[in-house]
Design a protein. Sequence first.
Length: 649
Amino acid sequence: MKFVLCGLSLLFTTFAANLSAEVVVLTDLQGRDVEAEILRIEGQSVRIRRPADGREFVLPLSNLSVDSQLLVKNMEERLKRVSTATITGDWRRLEVEQPGNMDAATVCGMETGGAETRRTTGVYSLHAPIGSWIRAKFETNRGQVETWVRFHGNATHWKFTLDENKVLLSKDGAEPQVVGISLREGEVFEIDFNSDPDRYAQHLCLNAYSDQLQGMAPHLSRFTAFCIRDRNPTAASVRAIAALDPEALGLVVDAEHLPDFAQSAGKKLQALSLVIRNLPPVKDGDRLTTDPITLPSLPSLQYFYVYFALSAPPDFGQTLVNSTPNLRAVYIAVGSPRAKFAEVTELDKLVHLEAVNVPWAIKILPGELIKLPNLKSFRFYSGTLDRSDPDFKSLSKIQGLIHLNNRQDGFAGSVMEEWADLGNLQELLVLETFRAIDFTKLRDVEVLRLRRSSSHHDDFEIKDLGGLNKLWFLKLDLASQDEIDALGALPNASQVEYLFLDRGTFDDLTPLTSMKNLRALSVFKADSMVREVDLSLFPKLERAHLRELNELTSVVGMAGHPSLIEISLNLPKLKTLGPPGGSPVLKAFAMRNMDDITDLKAIQGAANLTSVIFSNCDGLAPPLEIDLDQIDRVYVRGCDSLADRSIGE
């Protein structure tokens, strides 16, 4: 039966999760039927989606038959229950492929919190909640571009591409759609949405300056996310941006304009990145704090990244409880090293919290963490938790953690052991810690960052990592040669795709050739006698970063390497890059502080090279073996015989 919509309000701009996932038939007062998915109740109206074309409508209940009104009202309580389940819903895997080696992808509210790991050049492995917002950042010749896309959990691989000022996204190999548009300063909006409507996703992100919004009123309804690029928008601009009431927003705001932002309706805002500058400092001894701030009421906000350039206000926990009651993830960042630690309390009232990230100058009460029923991800630094707190020893009772970033000291070893003994870390996928525990009890760990320092760390046996059957990312600080040998002998060595060795006292990396599937190798600041690194030992290697290896004089294996995409070298004593014949797939090459390298024959013929960096390399002189004019991104600084230049961003 046909159904013609008359006098209804078409809504192309708001997204609502399909809470019912059930198609029902509604009948209006004229007896006309429509198949609809009921999204939510809005006062005396119901928001529906028509399955045939995905369009959304708001329908007054008074326009429906008595039976249809009863059907809608009976579903209301069920929708509320489903809505609560959605807030604390599942997390899914997502691999994000970016076009450039300097591009990045994160989950809003969980930036660098363990939810994302760089797998190799331009590819990120994310573990994201369904309904979260992915922030994709691109370094382009138009400057830095940022696009926000909501993750619905129905795809496992995203591939972003760029087409001038458009960002396109392909999901699981489907036809790419435009999901973002960026405008440079002063650029006029000249996009005709009607010429090729199928090319555009229903929900777009606009990356622009605030003054460019003024002449775009006819187009703004197409956008549900805005990344405002002004470093210091005016009060009028802040009010105008707040009035847009988007679903996702990235904004830098001066402290004096926070009251203007606080006027935002905020009804639809689900994800927010807020950088707050120039809060007036308040001295507290030799430390700095600041006065309280006011946020608007943001009842729909679930993902929140907030950066205080100076210090977090002392009552910020209460501000979150009052303004953002449905938060799922929060990241509180503080910029000043002189900041006084702010005690963020009442977090236990944010019952939907799944991710808490507090990297610096924030204190949290252990007892409040224990009360969070849905906590899955926790990142903290030394000083975040008070060890003298009576509840500190009870932290092992937390269940369901899948990401734990225990940086700079953190939990006592005994607490970690008890945690493992209770089985509360069995589902742990990401672990970054100074505190080694019984790794035989952590079978599911995929990403392991073992941070150690010369002053303190826990001893453990490398062989204990052999039972981690899903391990693909390993960072190990201060490795000895015995530990390098043990790594190579692990039964699961061939699973490792990313190896990061920071500092250390080894002199031979050849035992690691058992890592047959290694895609990324980073070796930094090793106080070792390694004199040569042969990249050909790792046939699937895509990314190699070697930095400050005191005795390294030779890097070979670049010529003809079948998969090497990115090379970054900072090796002051390096004498040779190996024989001529560049990798056929090499895209990015960087050299820093390497005066003894006089030619680039090792990358000559790399036809796909798109990015080069030469910094403080006095041995290089024209003519070079590569044509810099044919490369998209070029950065040259401090090289005696080469002119400084910067092409692209």
